[in-house]
Design a protein around this ligand. Structure first.
Ligand code: BDR
Ligand code: CA
Length: 315
């Protein structure tokens, strides 16, 4: 079974990915760590407690970073995810569970050291918790099995960023943290907009989940109403992009994804702040800023029908 720590800023699509993890028979969800992003840390942690209470009973929740390594957090994106960052349905019921006392990055360090080579991190928010863990315990880079990151935009299919023309939201929220995470000697797979904006879940797919996937399916339908309207307005289609669940799928079903290998850097200042740039391993051009860093995998393509069938089957 995949031993997973899920680092997240729920978030509507974060919630869908958590339900996917919780329902997957080959996944052992060892802990949920929260970070600011789609909402404040207080909001995303409240949402994680709510989700685990209802759909992943017994999974501990650890609160992490309330802002980036440097500077102040970007404001919550209530027009995308709702005022409560979960489609304005989470606030209906306060969670009865409590957050753990250990901070998120400390839990990551302890868990990874206790079981070397076993635990995979799936990170679908700003990468501040992972960067903090690396800073405090650089040895964990050699102990983690794999790191799957929803983030970045590499322009493979002419797609740019979703906050600026070159920056994707998770990376832009903490570019310094992302650059450190991609430069560490652990195996990272980036699942960026190049594949997540090609993975569309349409209204009929969501309605099918509502009707066939029990309480989880009904929750997904309710939670995605505001999120779907945002996609309708901004991208003009009757459905949603599948961001965070794509990182889960890449972990449990890597055969659905095609990757390109090479070191990755993040632009940390200036006009293009938040841009992710990979130097393909095959490139003969010397580029010192990339050449002394480990190669990572960046997703180039996805089997969309395969993804949708997997999500539907698991839920
Ligand atoms: C990413 O940003 C957040 O809004 C989503 O939850 C996802 O992780 C997409 O750019
Ligand atoms: Ca997210």
């Amino acid at each position: 079974r995949h031993q997973i720590i899920y680092d997240t800023d729920p978030g509507v699509d974060d919630a869908m990915a958590l339900l996917f993890l919780a329902a997957h028979p080959d996944v052992a969800l060892r802990g949920v760590t929260t970070v600011f992003g789609n909402g404040t840390l207080a909001t995303t942690t409240r949402n994680a407690l709510h989700l685990t209470e209802h759909f992943a009973a017994g999974t501990p929740v650890f609160a992490g970073a309330a802002g980036p390594l440097a500077g102040t957090p970007r404001p919550p994106v209530s027009w995308i995810h709702g005022d409560d960052a979960m489609g304005d349905i989470a606030a209906r019921q306060p969670p009865s569970r409590q957050v753990e006392t250990r901070p998120a990055h400390r839990f990551i360090i302890d868990a990874v050291r206790a079981e070397p080579g076993t635990i995979a991190l799936i990170a679908v928010g700003p990468l501040t918790n992972l960067a903090r863990a690396l800073h405090e315990a650089p040895d964990i880079a050699g102990l983690v099995k794999a790191v799957y990151v929803m983030g970045g935009a590499f322009g493979f299919h002419g797609m740019g960023g979703n906050v600026t023309p070159c920056a994707e939201a998770n990376i832009l929220c903490d570019p310094d943290a992302a650059d450190r995470v991609f430069g560490a000697g652990w195996p990272v797979t980036l699942i960026g907009l190049d594949v997540t904006q090609r993975t569309l879940m349409m209204q009929e797919d969501l309605a099918h989940l509502r009707d066939a996937a029990g309480a989880a399916g009904r929750f997904i339908w309710d939670a995605t109403r505001i999120y779907q309207h945002f996609h309708q307005r901004s991208a003009g289609f009757a459905g949603i992009y599948v961001h965070d669940s794509s990182a889960v799928a890449c972990c449990v079903a890597p055969e659905l994804y095609t990757v390109r290998r090479g070191p990755v850097r993040v632009v940390c200042e200036g006009l293009a702040i938040g841009q992710t740039i990979q130097k393909p391993l095959a490139s003969p051009v010397p580029a010192p800023a990339w050449d002394d860093r480990p190669p990572q995998d960046v997703c180039v393509d996805v089997d969309v029908a395969g993804f949708l069938a997997l999500y539907r089957r698991v839920l």
